[in-house]
Design a protein around this ligand. Structure first.
Ligand code: IPE
Ligand code: IPE
Ligand code: MG
Length: 254
């Protein structure tokens, strides 16, 4: 599908971001809560409020796609009560916040294996996908029961199936063809990956799409990641030089 460049919010260097696809690992909800003597659930609840806010900021600053890591294939290891609460929160997000996002032309996309997601959460996700399917202003890609390895493995299996059914020849499998079998295949590659809360790892996130992304690790916990933090990320990105294996310095991050 066509990815649209949006108008730019303000005439300052940050606003000229060339980020087309930004991907967030929202981390630190639990630590944010602990620091305040609150339960982890309260951290998740506060973190959930940032999703719509940050998506709107991305859209206003001319970014076309935002991916957000909401639940990993490894997060099932958490206590059942926390997992259940996370899915309840997501259900609320898809019921409540979807309307404003839809009014802004945001198209919801899901990456990950939805087969294990609770039925009631799946239902509201299906409603949101249907409601926003023709929107073209911005894509919010929610990564749910998502793992980078799992995404690649599912793609490999789908490719093998098509080869076995004579729909594809081995020689025709290029990177572009392979990508079409991935959840994130229709999206442009990630330009900028942001992880909150200080951890410097990617925790099985978007292993293919991050191939040439700029990584930005910020100390703020996700519930504290508001406009000032977002602008700081744009500034850091603008200072990076992206070379994609070349040697010229012309292709600045900004
Ligand atoms: C991120 O916050 C939310 C999810 C992983 C769902 P965490 O729950 O990982 O918070 P910390 O890292 O324990 O502080
Ligand atoms: C990554 O955060 C997953 C999501 C944000 C959904 P985690 O908190 O699960 O990652 P680790 O365990 O610190 O690597
Ligand atoms: Mg964490």
């Amino acid at each position: 599908m066509a990815i649209f460049r949006k108008k730019i919010k303000a005439p300052d260097p940050i606003s000229h971001t060339t980020i087309q696809h930004i991907a967030f690992i929202m981390d630190g909800n639990g630590r944010w809560a602990k620091k305040r003597g609150l339960t982890r659930s309260m951290g998740h609840r506060e973190g959930c409020k940032r999703i719509k806010e940050i998506a709107i900021l991305c859209q206003e600053y001319g970014i076309s796609v935002m991916s957000l890591f909401c639940f990993s294939t490894e997060n099932w290891k958490r206590p059942k009560s926390e997992v259940d609460y996370l899915f309840r929160l997501l259900k609320q997000f898809f019921e409540n916040d979807i309307h404003e996002l839809n009014a802004r032309g945001v198209k919801i996309m899901i990456s990950g294996d939805l087969s294990k997601i609770p039925e009631e959460t799946k239902k509201v996700i299906d409603d949101a996908l249907r409601l926003t399917k023709n929107n073209q202003e911005f894509i919010l890609n929610i990564c749910l029961n998502y793992g980078g390895k799992d995404e690649i493995l599912r793609a490999v299996k789908a490719v093998i199936k098509d080869v076995q059914e004579d729909k594809l020849t081995i020689d025709s499998i290029t990177e572009e063809v392979f990508e079409r079998y991935m959840d994130t295949g229709i999206l442009p590659p990630v330009d900028c990956m942001v992880r909150t809360s200080g951890e410097q790892r990617i925790s099985n996130y978007m292993l293919w799409s991050l191939a040439y992304a700029e990584f930005i690790f910020v100390p703020e916990h996700w519930p504290d990641f508001k406009e000032a933090s977002f602008l700081n990320v744009l500034k850091i990105y603008a200072s990076r030089q992206r070379r994609f294996g070349g040697i010229k310095n012309e292709s600045k991050g900004k």
